[in-house]
Design a protein around this ligand. Sequence first.
Ligand code: SF4
Ligand code: SF4
Length: 251
Amino acid sequence: MLRILQARLKQGYRTIRYPCESPTLPTLYCGKPEWEAAKCTEGCRACIDSCPTGALSKASGALTIDMGRCLFCTGCMDNCPAGAISFSREHRLAARTREGLVLDGRAFQLAGALDEQMRRLFGRSLKLRQVSAGGCNACEADINVLNTLAFDLGRFGIQFVASPRHADGLLVTGPVTKNMELALRKTYEATPAPKLVIAVGACAISGGVFAGHDEVLDGVPTGIPVDLFVPGCPPHPLTILDGLLRLLGRA
Ligand code: SF4
Ligand code: SF4
């Protein structure tokens, strides 16, 4: 017993103080993409041609970057001859609308909170049913990390539950394969209203690397309205946590 207490004292307090304190991110972390228009050479399409998911496009010479498709692979940055694209350290990336993930030069709007009535219902206790709809499981791994003592998701009153009957909403990952469509729709129907839907990762938002494949639906399908979009492939656990806290008006 004494040795257990000694080990516990030696370990100290490991839970990060987010959102009160800024997080320490790994050196290689790639956050919100940025584009310097002045450096861009007219007619150059190197970044667009290098993107595996069609996340980049140019209209009237201006670049748009769709974070809902982006894999944060840095291919566009590495292939840009002018060094016009870079990735910032900004981990706060979640948006309330699909359009909100498209960076087109205007100020990025971080996810806003639910309305007051919904915040009263879910602000202190939010139970989520996770639906893994055909991805590679990296998104799920980073969601699992949120339950470790480093992040301690439970301290915010957010928990994952086994049954949609006990849930306030769904957290969906994966491109939604055709095999998973019925299961997802049934799980959504089994969740009592009012309910939330959170799409985590490029797959659930747009199909990600699987977009356009015959056997996937390119993300959460119509009929299942999404309340929060968390981009990334996979999103960093802090990006997911920040999105959830913003939705609940707690960040
Ligand atoms: S970082 Fe995103 S936008 Fe750039 S090439 Fe990769 S997927 Fe495309
Ligand atoms: S978004 Fe990326 S990490 Fe998440 S399931 Fe799809 S391929 Fe895997």
